[in-house]
Design a protein around this ligand. Sequence first.
Ligand SMILES: Cc1cc2nc3c(=O)[nH]c(=O)nc-3n(C[C@H](O)[C@H](O)[C@H](O)COP(=O)(O)OP(=O)(O)OC[C@H]3O[C@@H](n4cnc5c(N)ncnc54)[C@H](O)[C@@H]3O)c2cc1C
Length: 574
Amino acid sequence: MVYAPIAAVAAILVLLVLFLLDRRGRAVAMHVHDPGKKRIVVLGGGFAGVYTCAALEKLLRDDFEIVLINKENHFVFQPLLPEVISGQIGLVDVVSPIRRLLPKTELHVREVESVDLANRTITTSTGFHPHPHVLTFDHLVFALGTVTDFRGLRGLPEHAFPFKTLSDALTLRNHVIRALEEAAIEQHDDVLRKRLLTFVIAGGGFSGVEVCAELNDFVRGVAAQYRGIDPKEIRVVLIHSQERILPEMSDKLAAFAQRILSKRGVEIMLNARLIAATGDGALLGDGQLIGTKTIVSTVPSSPHPIVGASSLPKTKNGRIEVDGTLAVKGSENLWAVGDCAMIPAPGGGFAPPTAQHATREATTVAENIVARLRGGKVKTFAFKGLGKMGSLGHQSAVAEVLGVPISGFLAWFLWRTIYLMKVPGWGRRVKIAASWTLDLFLPAELVQLRLGSSVGVTQEHFEPGQDVFEEGDVGDRVYIILSGKADVLRGGAKLATLARGDYFGEMALLRMAARNATVRCMEPMDVLALPKREFNVLSANLPELKQSFETKSAKRGHAEAGEAHSAPQVHDVR
Ligand SMILES: Cc1cc2nc3c(=O)[nH]c(=O)nc-3n(C[C@H](O)[C@H](O)[C@H](O)COP(=O)(O)OP(=O)(O)OC[C@H]3O[C@@H](n4cnc5c(N)ncnc54)[C@H](O)[C@@H]3O)c2cc1C
């Protein structure tokens, strides 16, 4: 008992010392630019960027300062991102605030807009005020990763879900829950029901397989909670362009993964390619159309546009060319790490684009920059990789660790343990471990978050034969054709053909009536869709716009009344 007050005083003293030490660390973060110090700027706060800054912080003396520019104020632990779909881990447990990870780094939460290599400056996007924000650098590290680029793939930008960021994972999760909610009450349109319950994933690499496994477990697991859904109606389809999934793994492990996924109900389509997407389906290279409201594509991964627009030396696939020390070819103060760079691997070939490699490249680049600043010797990147792992959900995984193939529960246990230990910060680790443990006993989380009150104007893609809307449908939006063609049909007869620049669908909104015609796509067509809510706001606040829609609408109606059969160019499409 005598020792209790002494222990309490000692504990308070320890806490006070820790608090003061912590404040010292923070004080460094709040410094302003000292012109006497060299400035190292890192672009991108993913695995490569954050770990570069962390390694630089360890080497920090008074001779340089570190600035990190990242779009978000958090670091995303991508290997665990697929688990956000099922809610197996808390929504924000897969991310860590960068400020807490890097107390000695000056963080700019901005988008990099341009890089001027000649003048050694970076321009970032504007914040609350539209003034330019320009930063100078002595050493610059490119760690921007790659982007999922659907451009050139018909309908994918409008209708496919990418899977790279926390917001991608959240958007997909919300969409999947919405599809289930809709399917549960859609009792009179069988085709629509099937589309709502069909989930297509394109890309059978690691991330595609993990997303597919997680999504499959989730939708099948929660189906029992929807009285209106028969689990047998659910289809999860994995489309892969090669002969087998997981090309990064041995034949045996890939075959194991295929077997496990098939057993759990996933349809695997090999040698198949997704070539177009619409709001109603996924079109494959062989002409097959899979009716679906959910298409996830983890491919293709393209070079970052900032890298593409720069004069940096690049390889054929658009990644930055670096030498073995991770310096951009022909440069002394430019460096590149992670997925945006093509890094020579020890023993030939190139380092694969993985988190495992990015974190090791980060340590090498930090040491080499400091060696350049202080006149030391630069090192060659020599990490060979420890192995590969992919989760198949439901306590199963495939792994190759130090050349040893492992599959099933043991691989899954290893996968979870290794990634848990790699998540930065003990706080996050404890939360994730707790979520995983609770998940063994509790049902999957089914809450759908409505993140925005309005989706605003969207772009949509239609394929020939597809109806934009049908006669009798509810009028919910106005369309403006950007490219392609559509026919206007009433009672099966063609009234008109619409092309680029034409708009349609406004009359049903103006007159609060049902659609009086069907609009059917005739050539691959891109449209801008303005929802009713936005249309009403615009009409209410811009009387001229409303007037112009009404005049055109009246003209169409009037002309059609007199010339319905003889003048197919005149149409009245609500
Ligand atoms: C679903 C999924 C699962 C994965 N699983 C594994 C796995 O199990 N094991 C493994 O080793 N690897 C895995 N990977 C791959 C691994 O995550 C990547 O190799 C790694 O993230 C690459 O790191 P990076 O820093 O180069 O790029 P990223 O992590 O993509 O980071 C790039 C950063 O740059 C920022 N940025 C981009 N443009 C701008 C801009 N204009 N302005 C400011 N900031 C910008 C981004 O916001 C991002 O923070 C997975 C990837 C995904 C998508």
